[in-house]
Each structure stands twice: as C-alpha cells, then as structure tokens.
Write a protein that binds this ligand. Sequence first.
Ligand code: XIL
Length: 322
Amino acid sequence: MSLHQHYANHFKIGAAVNAYTVDSRAELLREHFNSVTCGNETKPASVTRDGETYDFAQGDKIRDFAAANDMAFRLHTLAWHNQTPPALYSGKSRTDAIAALDRHIARMAAQYPDAYAVDVVNEVISDAPNGDALRKTQLLEIIGVDYLDIAYTAARRHFPNAALVVNDYNECDAVKSRRIFELVRGMRERGVPVDAVGMQAHYNIFSPATDEIRCAFDLYASLGVKIQVTELDVSLFRHDDKSQLPQDESELARLLDHQAEYYAALFRVFKEYAGTLDSVTFWGVCDEDSWLNNFPAPRRRNMPLLFDARGAKPCYDAIMGV
Ligand code: XIL
C-alpha cells in the first residue's frame, strides 16, 4: 500500500516539486502522493517580472503532471514579502497597489482555476515577540492594515471554490500561534473569507514537542476553519545549529531513528485531527532535493524527508505503521 492510500480516509498527502523533480521523482510522486504544489514556480517572481507579462511554463508543467495523474493541485502563493518582483507594487499608490494585487490574483486564477487550496498571502505574522502582530511588508505599508481583508476578498472573487489559506511558519510557537488565531478570528468576524490555517510544519527532530503541536491544532480548530499542513519537513538539526551531519554511520542512523519516531508521533497527532486537517504536504520528495540542503546553512546536507534517492527511509516505515 502506498502512503496516500494508507491515509486516504484521513487527509490528502502532498509534495512540493519543481520543474525538474516532477520528472526525476515522477514514480515516487505517482505512487505515494495525491496532491502537488509548486515549490517556487507559482510565486510572484517566478511568473512575472513586471506584473504585465506572465510566463507560466514551469507551473503549467507541474499542474499538467498533477492533472494527468489524478492528483490535486495546491497553489502557493499569491502574495509574499519574498520572491516578489519590485515592479509589481513598488512606488504605487494605495489604489494602484490594490488594483495590481487584484490583477495578479485574477491572472493566477485564470491560469490555475482548479487549485483546491490557495496560500493567498504567505507568512503575514511577525516573529518579533513585542510590537505589532503583522509583519511589516510592502503591501502593509502601501495599502494599510486592511490589505489582508482586501487580498482574501479578492481571492474569493477569483477562486470561488478553493480553500483560502493563511499560511505561516513557527505556527506552534505560543506567541505566534496566538497572533495567527487572533488574525483569523478577526477576519472571520469581519466576514472576510478565510477557510483554513496553513501550518508550514518546518520542524526538527527536537522541536516542537507533540504537546505544543496539539495545542496549536486545538487553537486553530477552535476557529471553525480547516487546517492544512503545507510544507512539512523534519530537519536533523536544531533550528540554530549550522553544523554538519555526523560522519559516523551509527550516529547518523541514530538520528534517522529519532526522526522516524518524531514522524510517527506527528502522524499520530495528525490522525487525531483528521476531519479538520484535510491535507498534509511535504516540502519535497527526496532528501537530495530539499531546500534544507541550502537553508539555514548553504550547502549543508540535511535529510528531512521520507525518501532519499535510494528509496524509503525509516521515517517512511514509521508513518506507514501509524
Ligand atoms: C523556499 C523554496 O523551497 C526554496 O527553493 C527557495 O529558495 C526559497 O523558498 N516558506 C515558504 C516557501 O512558504 O515558499 C519556502 O520555499 C520555504 C519557507
């Protein structure tokens, strides 16, 4: 049985891919996943330089792969403070920036009308423990605090059927999860369409603890929205650790066993929330392709995913046992 079949009664199993891995990992994708998302190819900077002309070749390739293999397509992302071409909003008035945002969303919806979920604005919450909850971004500065209401309202108009997601990282942190909760609660009270909280789930084998994850699920579930796990990976390093993987084989094997236990505990929690949690997307397929081989330390090898180029890892077996 494959991974997505194993979890078929609980949630979709997705993977982020790029225009290369959609070919090189096609077999694993077809077997184990029933949702795909573009790791970069549908971000603003990947589809347009000037907000006028668009090139969707790479995103389309991935969307077509999904369609050809009966896989659902998750769209990432309409607006973000990173990977956005300056020409889209820089120097614009509030009115012009709102029009540009609407135009961009409309263009994305025309191209990807079948996306089942959309990360409308990505990573909107500040990490600074004191001060404003909202991250200071270009769109916030130009448009004002109602920019999220405007973006999600526009997204609903253009994507009438997709789940509109507020997607963020460190989403189990006590302060940040509260801020995400308050933001979504406020938007819903104002009648702004938000359908799901996206928990990026960039975790590591030490943190967050199962209890913290459960607390975050309880908090978001209490909003009455869906939850999606959008970018799951489990690093072998603590957040601030930039050291290398151990040379010693048995030491590395111990870390991978620890990772397997962590993944199993995680999926036990995910299963408890199935119903509210409707999709779990991994941020990649094989370790060799993971963004964590370049983040937070450039060219530092990491092994955060279920598979490597040789096949399934202990963590794959562990979650198949849940
Ligand atoms: C990452 C990609 O995986 C990298 O290839 C790129 O260089 C930077 O962005 N949160 C997100 C994703 O929402 O878009 C990021 O993806 C990872 C963190």
